[in-house]
Design a protein around this ligand. Sequence first.
Ligand SMILES: C[S@@+](CC[C@H](N)C(=O)[O-])C[C@H]1O[C@@H](n2cnc3c(N)ncnc32)[C@H](O)[C@@H]1O
Length: 317
Amino acid sequence: MSASVDGAHTGFHTPVLYQRVLNALRLRADGRYIDGTIGAGGHSAGILENSSPNGQVLGLDRDPAALAQAKSRLAHFSNRLHLRNGSFAEVAEHAAWLGWTTVDGLLLDLGLSSMQLNDPARGFSFLREGPLDMRFDPTQPTTAGDLVNYLPEDELEDLIFRFGEEPRASQVAREVVRNRPLHTTLELAEVITRAVGRSRRRIHPATRTFQALRIGVNSELKALEVGLTQAVDLMNSGGRLLVISFHSLEDRIVKQYFRQESKDCICPDRQPICTCGHRARLRLLTRKPIRPDVSEVRANPRARSARLRIAERLELA
Ligand SMILES: C[S@@+](CC[C@H](N)C(=O)[O-])C[C@H]1O[C@@H](n2cnc3c(N)ncnc32)[C@H](O)[C@@H]1O
């Protein structure tokens, strides 16, 4: 890993599965690549370095602060780097802005960056005092505080259960509603801890509820579903689509979508004759997701839950 990508040396977010991502993209000197979640630009730095002299990267991020970091870090690649503030759920529109109708590789490194997590003002961390915000895009109207303070109890429970897979969702929702209004991350974490109990859990009691709120605030699963469809449409024959996810809800969506798009027929199993007309568009390159090895997790504990799935676009119809 070069010093320019190692977050420990630069103070930036450390890109996970860095070398695996670069190898899987099979970078070419004239390729067009999309980094749908550019963050601090760690993966993009590698893509640009390894696709010189003419490889182009379109980098997207919903967070303007992340884009500003990527812009300054990657300034020496500015003639080959195009940055857009927006969601990968609109990746086709962003590509069209450059006149691109196809690309040779596309990466989604989901979730949030270390910079976002470590900035108390963003409200992502249950360990740091901050406002209940959690928006990737600060112009978006709904914050975590809105969900926490205004959702009816049954909807809050449903959100915490579905997006956080929190078995004690009903206790958490009840305790939150009893203590409203809540204003800060630490206040909320304390209420959740009371509801869930400290027990012998490996993870902090607020982990699942904070995950649920973040997913809800940013409509993350919906964005992933829409983004994947557009991504496959954009891929050139032989182009590689890579997704790194950090929890089972995201990974399930990627796995199911890749599976579906690798089949010639998606009719129900019991149906004797195919009526769907579906044709495979992807070849699966990872039956099981790629996980970071022990040394990566030791150097970057945040990589612990990362799972990389890769698919290749089949011949364009
Ligand atoms: C894990 S970080 C990416 C880190 C990056 N690969 C690097 O090496 O620095 C995820 C980034 O995705 C952004 N993000 C989350 N959802 C997004 C979406 N739907 N569209 C675009 N960016 C998104 C977040 O703001 C965050 O900056």
